[in-house]
Design a protein around this ligand. Sequence first.
Ligand code: CP
Length: 326
Amino acid sequence: MPSTATTSRPTATAAWTRRHLLGLRELSADEIRLILNTAASFREISLRPIKKVPALRGQTVVNLFFEPSTRTRTSFELAAKRLSADVMNIAIQASSVAKGETVLDTVRNLEALKVDTIVVRHAAAGVPHLIARHANASIVNAGDGAHEHPTQALLDCFTIQEKLGRIEGLNVSIIGDIGHSRVARSNLWGLTKLGARVTVCGPPTLVPPTIAQLGVRVTHRIEDAIREADVLMLLRIQHERQEAKLVPSIREYRLRYGIDRERLARAKSGVLIMHPGPINRGVELDSSVADGPYSVILDQVTNGLAVRMAVLYLVSGAPEVSEELG
Ligand code: CP
C-alpha cells in the first residue's frame, strides 16, 4: 500500500506575481513548487474542528462551469468557503447563456457585481485565456477543451510528492486517450518541469504523433508503459471530444490497455494507481485495481481541495500564508 512519504518538500524560491492561473505551460518549476508548498500549508485546515480561515474574507469567487463537473466544481466551492470567501455557482442552463448571451458578456455582468475571482470550465480551448484578456477579476482555468486542466495536474503532482516523497527522477506513465485529454497535457508540463520522466501510452489513434516533441516517451504497448513505472495514471476515453470513432470497440480497448489485477502484477511493487475521475470502471481500470491497495484516487480528490485553496489564495494577492495561518 502506498505510504505517506516523509521526505521534505523541495523549497520554492519564486514569489507569486500572477493574477490568473491559466495553465502549467507558462509556469516555472519554482512557481509550481510554490503552489504545492502553499497547498501543504492549507491541507491541515480541513482536519481542524472548525475548517475555516479568514484569508479571503470579503472576497467573492464565482464558479462558471459550461461543462459538467463533480470534483473540480465542488472542491473549488469548498476551497473558497474554507477561506471564508463568498461563493456563487452559476447554473449555465438556467442562466442567460441559454438565451444566447456570450461568454464575455456573461463575465462583464458578473464583474459589474464586483466579483474577485472567476473559475471557468469550458469545452473550447482558450476560453479562460480570452476572458483573462478582458477581465479585471482573477481567472482560474478549471479545464478548457483538450487544452489544460492546471489544478488537476497540480493535485496530481501534490499526491505523487506526498506518497513517494519526490517527483524528480520518477517514471510516470499516462495511459489512455492522450490526444483529447487536458489532464494529460497539464501533467506533461507539470511533471516534466519537476523532473519526472513521462511516458504516454495508448492506441495510435489516441496519441498525437507530435506529442514526443514535448519531451515525453511514446509507446503503444501497455507492457512498456507498466514495466518501469512508479506511477500509472489512467485516463478515460473522452467520447464527448471525438468526432469519429477512434477505437474499434470498448472491449478491444479494455483488452489492450485496461489495467486489471493481472497487468498490475507486472508493475513495480508500490506503484501508485492514479485517475483524475470520472472512472469508466471495467474499461481503463478494473474495480479491483481502482479500489485496491495501490490506488490513491480518493487521495487525489482530498488533495484537490488543498491545491484549490492555494490557487484561490495566491491569485487573490493575499499576504504571506504564514501571516494568515500563524
Ligand atoms: N477530474 C475532473 O476534472 O473531474 P470533474 O470533471 O468531476 O471535475
